[in-house]
Design a protein around this ligand. Structure first.
Ligand code: DQA
Length: 152
């Protein structure tokens, strides 16, 4: 089984209650269940983690080295200002994929810039839980490319 780590940043523990017009009504646990199930279809064992604390997220990314093969990360508001999380992503050999439930480019200007995305392989934004599911497809692609087993 491939090991994939999904990290959810601040306030995402409140999904289902928080600004449901923007983020939808699924709870974080419902999203995690969907992500784990889809991961199994790709032969991935998905670990999920949520923290409201920048340093904890930094340490979780460090700990992924030698453990996870891909990181899927929704840094929440840290997306827009955490150089520490960006540096952590850049400091490990594990490739990361940045996801957002909402389309950050269609929202307030303060959300238009992601300081973390340049340290990711790529970013998926705006598809709700589908952003995480699409990230699993992208992770599968990354793994197959790395192994040389990708076929059209
Ligand atoms: C978010 C977008 C961020 O701007 C916001 O601070 C979040 C959630 C998203 O998933 O759409 O907390 O990362």
């Amino acid at each position: 089984m491939h090991r994939v780590l999904v990290i959810h940043g601040p306030n995402l523990n409140l999904l289902g209650k928080r600004e449901t017009d923007i983020y939808g009504t699924l709870t974080l646990e419902e999203i995690n269940t969907a992500v784990r199930a889809k991961g199994l279809e790709y032969g991935m064992q998905v670990e999920t983690y949520q923290s409201n604390h920048e340093g904890d997220i930094v340490e979780k990314i460090h700990a992924a080295e030698g453990d996870a093969e891909v990181i899927i990360v929704n840094p929440g508001a840290f997306t827009h200002y955490s150089i520490a999380i960006r540096d952590a992503m850049a400091s490990v050999q594990v490739p990361s994929i940045e996801v957002h439930l909402s389309n950050i480019y269609a929202r307030e200007e303060l959300r238009h810039k992601s300081v973390t995305a340049p340290a990711a392989v790529g970013q998926i934004s705006g598809f709700g839980v589908g952003s995480y599911l699409a990230a699993l497809t992208a992770a599968d692609h990354i793994l197959k490319l790395a192994k040389g087993t990708w076929r059209p």
